[in-house]
Design a protein around this ligand. Structure first.
Ligand code: ADP
Ligand code: MG
Length: 395
């Protein structure tokens, strides 16, 4: 029986059945770092539940507190406030080794003087797995990541991608109920990242009961892997939902821009019916989706200010003479391979409009074009009730 099983059994005996408890709970966790007289709030009031078998991506810009959240769960930093629980058990004061969590970090962190086998076996020894079992468990973990043939190599004899596979095998060998990955693909080149992403998807399928927390600043990784995405900004959780919901109906301007990119156009709501609204953007009336406001969001007020999210790939750029087109001027154009990103000044709109048009577009800077929004033009961003500033600075 693995340590994890033993842990689950003892919890089951003491409290609620493990099945009713989420695999991971962050309960209002706060973490402050202190260096000298300066205190940095790295995580504030962070609450998150992850079910067994679920993968949640923590997505946010650098410095938003993602790694700190992961470290608080793994036991590498002590929360200043709040608690972390695994399958219902409060582990806030437990040493990292006793939590039975698998952790993979960006830098692989393999022991350079140990073989691949030795690296994977190391974790098992510290988890007191019987000697007779270790060989089989190491092989099992290496085979899972396609590294069965490399057991005798040293880390320096492996490519970056192979080293990261070994680091994943080391985390898996302890058969953790909870697997934490902190930007595991960030050090790999773009092509390898894509193939490793596919492998991580396979791994998820092979571990249907494992809860995974996947830290990344890369939206495409979050979209590819996560059942739900938790968006972080300035030490706080901003939004959490399925990728599809966050994409189709962004709950905040930050999430709209960070996940998918967005034109966020100030507008006025003129008419509402069902889930649809007529809004005025500059001098133009457009149709927009108006999702039913959720908890903590204000109702759409008529004639009130709102924000319309228009995805850059839905904006069409054609001739200025086109029907319903707004007159635009090309400010800059960046070819991105499959598409060209145009930055446009549009008559009557205060903010620059971004359009992603297919292929390589040869447009002169200063060229006058017709800019067409789709119908509906986009989706309204809900307004939070009594919005507070998300950035908390303590001196
Ligand atoms: P992310 O993983 O999202 O990039 P981190 O959790 O690493 O963010 O960091 C969150 C904040 O805490 C940042 O402002 C960072 O500079 C600060 N921070 C992280 N680790 C330490 C530390 N050991 N000492 C002081 N400040 C830290
Ligand atoms: Mg980090």
């Amino acid at each position: 029986m693995s340590t994890g099983d033993a842990l689950t059994k003892s919890i089951t005996a003491q409290s609620l059945p493990a099945a009713t408890e989420p695999a991971i709970v962050f309960d209002r966790v706060g973490v402050s770092y202190r260096s000298g007289r300066k205190t940095t709030v790295a995580l504030a009031d962070f609450t998150l539940r992850v079910a067994a078998g679920e993968t949640v991506a923590l997505l946010g810009p650098s410095g938003s507190g993602k790694s700190t959240a992961l470290k608080a769960l793994a036991g590498f930093v002590r929360p200043t406030s709040g608690a972390v629980r695994l399958a219902g058990r409060d582990v806030t004061d437990l040493s990292p080794a006793k939590r039975g969590i698998g952790v993979v970090v960006q830098s692989y962190a393999l022991f350079p003087h140990m073989t691949v086998h030795g690296n994977v076996a190391f974790g098992l020894k510290s988890h007191r797995v019987p000697r007779t079992e270790i060989g089989a468990r190491v092989t099992e973990a290496l085979v899972m990541v396609g590294m069965g043939a490399y057991a005798k190599r040293l880390p320096r004899e492996l490519s970056g991608g192979q080293q990261q596979r070994v680091a994943i095998a080391r985390a898996l060998a302890i058969r953790p109920k909870v697997l934490l990955l902190d930007e595991p693909l960030a050090a790999l080149d773009a092509q390898l990242r894509q193939s490793m992403l596919g492998e991580l998807q396979q791994l998820r399928k092979a571990l249907p009961d494992t809860a995974m927390l996947y830290v990344t600043h890369d939206q495409s990784e979050a979209l590819a892997l996560a059942d739900r995405i938790a968006v972080m900004r300035a030490s706080r959780l901003v939004d959490i939902d399925t990728a599809a919901n966050l994409w189709r109906r962004p709950p905040s301007d930050f999430t709209a821009a960070f996940l998918g990119g967005a034109n966020l156009l100030p507008c006025t709501v003129n008419r509402l019916s069902g889930g649809s609204a007529l809004v005025t953007v500059g001098a133009k009336t457009l149709r927009a989706e108006a999702p039913t406001p959720g908890v903590g969001q204000e109702d759409w007020g008529l004639d009130g200010p709102a924000l319309l999210c228009v995805r850059p790939h839905t904006v069409r750029v054609g001739a200025p003479s086109e029907r319903d087109a707004l007159r635009g001027t090309v400010r800059s154009a960046v070819w991105r391979g499959a598409s060209t990103r145009l930055y446009l000044d549009v008559d009557g709109l205060a903010d620059e409009v971004t359009a992603d048009v297919p292929g390589q577009v040869d447009t002169a800077i200063g060229a006058v074009v017709g800019v067409c929004f789709p119908d509906p033009a986009g989706v309204l961003i809900p307004r939070p009730v009594g919005r507070t500033t998300p950035i908390e600075v303590q001196k």
